[in-house]
Design a binder for this molecule. Sequence first.
Ligand SMILES: [Zn+2]
Length: 373
Amino acid sequence: MRRLAWGVAYAAALGLSPALGQDSSALQLYTLPAGATPSSSQLGSFSININPGSGLSGNSAALAAFNRAAAHWMAYVSDPVTININADLTGGFASANIIGQTSSVLLQAPYTTIRNAMVSDAAGDSFRAIDASLPTSAQFGALLPSGYSLSGNLQLTKANAKALGFTGLDGSFGSNDATIQFNNAFSFDYDNSNGVTPGTVDFETVATHELGHALGFISSVDNIDGAAAAFADTPTPLDLFRFTNGGVNDPANASQFATVPRDLRPGSDVLFTDTVNRFRFSTGLTQGDGRQASHWKDDGLTGTYIGVMDPTLPSGVVEPITTADVKAFALIGWNAQVPEASTWTAMAAVVGMVGIQAWRRKKPRLTQSTTQV
Ligand SMILES: [Zn+2]
């Protein structure tokens, strides 16, 4: 069932341009089959399958960079599922400011169906212990702008649903999980192994970021932020970790995590928290800090780089996956682990790069906007 009644584009892509970038993607909302239940006995390994269009398959350097981006996620995730991504490097974008866009297939189900899948999928995983305290439907509440209510459902990307063990989704909804397009009018550096050429955008970072949205790093707050009228909101798994930063609605323990309302108000100072790890979110393109809510807080605004789901990317810079990213993806349903010791060398290099960004920030920051409503 398509639910486009909101008339709001789902914003879940990294937009980049010399001045302004843009995230935009069309909302596709389907309903999970009645009685859909996650399977707990899958075996196999995680795989991201890139189905390149002619513009990408004809650019071997770009395709190789995209596959490295997919490999970054595969290094952290062990769910026995295959994600299928249609991707292309193409023209014909609605705006010259759009460098890339992702359209994920979104599924919805009653709150309890997805909440229980998150709880059971995380069972026995100490890295995801907080998921056991996800609110029941009776406990769940949210801070919303005036006039808004909760629909009673949760929505998530089809890829995220696969991670939670829902099966038969490709048969019901088609094999594709998301479509990612890159604007071939931009200058990309397709090989960051020797640095990123000044003035060009690191294609591998953008691809990694876009794949992150496809895997489920999305927020319904972007729908609220761009809406012309109030509606019944359908939060995402990531929204279940979105809390007011500080005060009585900032949970300090598992008990409070189960009962404190989530904060889904554009413009509200919010953070991702499992009561131990705390990472700020962006607060909204229109009513918030000028960045889409489905991102970490912009390091260009705070000076603190949180992870690859940062909303902006300067030219000439690589932005890698961090433990913050991995934590978030784990808690929304992925069997994701923090980096092994062998990768800490790479992480250390990242820390060094943050210092470099201090002076790079003098360059125009790439920001994003959305025009689809
Ligand atoms: Zn993005």
